[in-house]
Design a binder for this molecule. Structure first.
Ligand code: SAH
Ligand code: SF4
Length: 416
């Protein structure tokens, strides 16, 4: 099923989805392997496969790294400092292909959504579709990426949770999401940089921040996520520093400490409730790792400090978790943790039993949180339009409404 319905009428403010005719499209599943997205060890192994000696590999890996990640090379021919013979060998054995972009949607405010198609694991199977979103602001551009196809955790308000898990993405598939976004935006030196309303005007990069808030639970795809962050953050390549990469988790406690110690990105916690009884229902992993242990893991998260706060995401569900008493309890619960609070208006989906809180309720909640010293992105006047979240983009949200764009911004605020 094509999850972005290209026949749907575009929402106000959004251009109709555009079918991409192919230069960046990946080849068939049986085609040559792409080196794009691999880490240094993966590149070295590929070089070994075509007979590059161990002695030479280090230098060649550095060259490939530079061309692939710093320059965004799309073919080996661009690699002018690599000898012609090796370029030909590389080209005969490998490609630099990206996943196929099946739909691109551009809104008037610069927000972009792409649907990527990953080849099926077994020939003849259905391909996997992964959606990502680019949320531009004047001083930065945030890309929301996925870590899994589907999700095994059944958070009751989340549409992804209703989908059958297909699989974890590989590290390369995560890195490739960022590379595709940069391809489409011309965000490499010497490329035709995208222009248009809403795009960042400050700085020389269009993709400056990454949030793992697309499909899937990143800490269940720990190895891929950890490895992908090392590639994304590498200063000789894509160069998106770990302070600008935020991993959002529903609360897989053992992996939180490990992520902090081994990788050290920014952390976002999908909190959504201040009592175990309610959180058990909304975020069922809470039964395994209840609030007390989750908050302890936050308190001791290695990279956290006042300058590097943990974001607590709180989805506003009408009559469920949105009372003034909840707001007060939230502030109390987070005392002593270097925290930011992101109130996310609930984005309804067909069949859900929840509704989004009224705007007045959100404002009241936000006031209490604000008075306790936390600013909240939904407090902007544009916040009145409300909503949507990239957590369940691959659902019915083919139309990019003003409400949706706004909520995407609320989520992107985790990457501030
Ligand atoms: N699995 C991870 C990351 C992906 S979800 C996690 O749960 O943190 C990213 C964010 O979107 C989470 O805070 C999630 O709770 C939120 N979310 C999911 N469905 C939503 C919906 N329908 N409306 C608003 N936010 C939602
Ligand atoms: Fe999975 Fe996150 Fe959705 Fe929960 S909120 S079902 S963890 S994607």
């Amino acid at each position: 099923m094509n999850l972005i319905d290209t026949t749907a009428a575009p929402a106000a403010g959004a251009r109709a989805p555009v079918e991409i005719a192919a230069p960046l499209a990946a080849r068939r599943a049986d085609a040559k392997r792409s080196l794009a997205g691999l880490d240094r060890a993966g590149l070295a192994a590929a070089l070994a496969e075509i007979g590059v000696s161990e002695r030479e590999q280090r230098m060649r890996v550095a060259q490939l790294w530079h061309w692939i990640y710093l320059r965004g090379a799309l073919s080996f021919d661009e690699m002018t400092n690599v000898g012609k013979g090796l370029r030909e060998k590389l080209g005969a054995a490998f490609t630099l292909d990206r996943p196929e972009v099946v739909v691109e949607q551009v809104s008037n405010d610069g927000t972009r959504k792409w649907l990527l198609r990953l080849p099926p694991d077994i020939d003849g199977d259905k391909p996997h579709d992964v959606e990502m979103v680019y949320i531009p602001e004047s001083d930065r551009g945030t890309l929301c990426v996925s870590s899994q196809v589907g999700c095994t955790l059944n958070c009751s308000f989340c549409h992804t949770g209703t989908q059958r898990l297909v699989r974890n993405l590989t590290a390369a598939e995560i890195v490739l999401q960022v590379m595709v976004a940069r391809d489409r935006l011309g965000d490499y030196p010497g490329r035709d940089r995208a222009v248009g309303p809403g795009l960042p005007t400050e700085g020389d990069r269009l993709v400056t921040n990454i949030v793992f808030m697309g499909m899937g639970e990143p800490l269940y795809a720990y190895d891929s996520v950890a490895k992908s962050i090392e590639v994304l953050a590498d200063g000789e390549g894509l160069g998106i520093g770990k302070r600008r990469i935020t991993v959002s988790t529903s609360g897989v406690v053992p992996e939180i400490e490990k992520l902090g110690r081994e990788v050290g990105p920014m952390l976002a916690i999908s909190l959504h409730a201040v009592r175990d009884e309610l959180r058990d229902e909304l975020v069922p992993i809470n039964k395994k790792y209840p609030l007390k242990v989750l908050l302890e893991a936050c308190r001791t998260y290695p990279p956290a400090s006042n300058a590097k706060r943990i974001t607590f995401e709180y989805v506003m569900l009408k009559g469920v978790n949105d009372s003034p008493a909840d707001a007060k309890a939230l502030v109390k619960l987070l005392a002593g943790i270097p925290a930011k609070i992101n109130l996310i208006p609930f984005n309804p989906w067909p069949g859900t039993k929840y509704e989004c809180s009224d705007w007045e309720t959100i404002e009241q909640f936000s006031d209490i949180v604000f008075r306790a010293g936390y600013s909240s992105p939904v407090r902007t006047p544009r916040g009145r339009d409300i909503l949507a979240a990239c957590g369940q983009l691959k659902s019915e949200t083919e139309k990019l409404s003003a409400r949706e764009r706004l909520a995407l911004r609320a989520m992107a605020a985790a990457a501030e």
